[in-house]
Design a protein around this ligand. Structure first.
Ligand code: FMN
Length: 179
């Protein structure tokens, strides 16, 4: 899909709404160069240190955790047009066992600015370089969140990705809103 550069916040409310409803697709390469996708439901776009950032949260148990630790970058791909089943699969199966691009019949494309894959079928894509990461500290978490989200531990690592490129297809607004 042809995409052109956009301001990182252009589709902010659509992206946050889709993230909460079906999830977004986080792309990364493993150490062997195999592309992986993982569905994320938690994250934020913002501006920190004077730069646009995506903040994503990845549990250490995910294959994606190893991938981002190795590569230091990731992409965030916004699904639409009936990609619900791809989000369900990428959110329930691990890249340790399967190639999710092949399983979901998605087109793997190389990002322009980072060593990470993008999803050809997604009309909005962000390319991000990790500039900071930290771990959720249980002793600093409210009890309600601790018992709700971390029954088994597996505390997220929080990645702050500098958005090097945000790009969208010319008809992205219509695609995002027709769901
Ligand atoms: C809607 C949805 C949202 C999710 N959000 C996250 C998330 O923000 N962080 C996370 O670590 N796992 C999240 N998951 C779970 C991972 O997507 C899932 O464990 C996935 O299989 C991990 O793939 P991987 O092992 O290839 O990295 C979510 C799953 C779904 C279905």
């Amino acid at each position: 899909m042809d995409r052109e550069k956009i301001d990182a916040t252009k589709y902010y409310s659509d992206v946050v709404e889709i993230m909460g409803r079906q999830g977004l697709l986080l792309g990364s390469f493993d150490a062997e160069g195999k592309a992986n996708l993982m569905t994320i439901g938690w994250g934020a776009i913002g501006r920190i240190w004077g730069i646009p950032v995506w903040i994503v949260m990845v549990r250490p148990s995910r294959y994606t955790f190893q991938c981002i630790e190795h590569s230091g970058c990731f992409t965030v791909n916004v699904p639409q047009d009936g990609l619900e089943s791809a989000c369900a699969l990428c959110g329930s199966r691990s890249g340790r066992e399967i190639n999710k691009f092949l399983e979901c019949k998605l087109t793997e494309q190389r990002a322009a600015t980072v060593l990470a894959p993008t999803v050809g079928e997604c009309s909005v894509v962000y390319e991000c370089q990790v500039v900071h990461s930290n771990d959720i500290l249980p002793e600093k978490l409210s009890g309600e969140i601790l018992t709700g989200a971390y029954v088994d531990g597996d505390y997220h690592r929080v990645y702050f990705g500098k958005i090097l490129l945000a790009a969208a297809a010319p008809d992205a607004a219509a695609r995002l809103r027709q769901q």
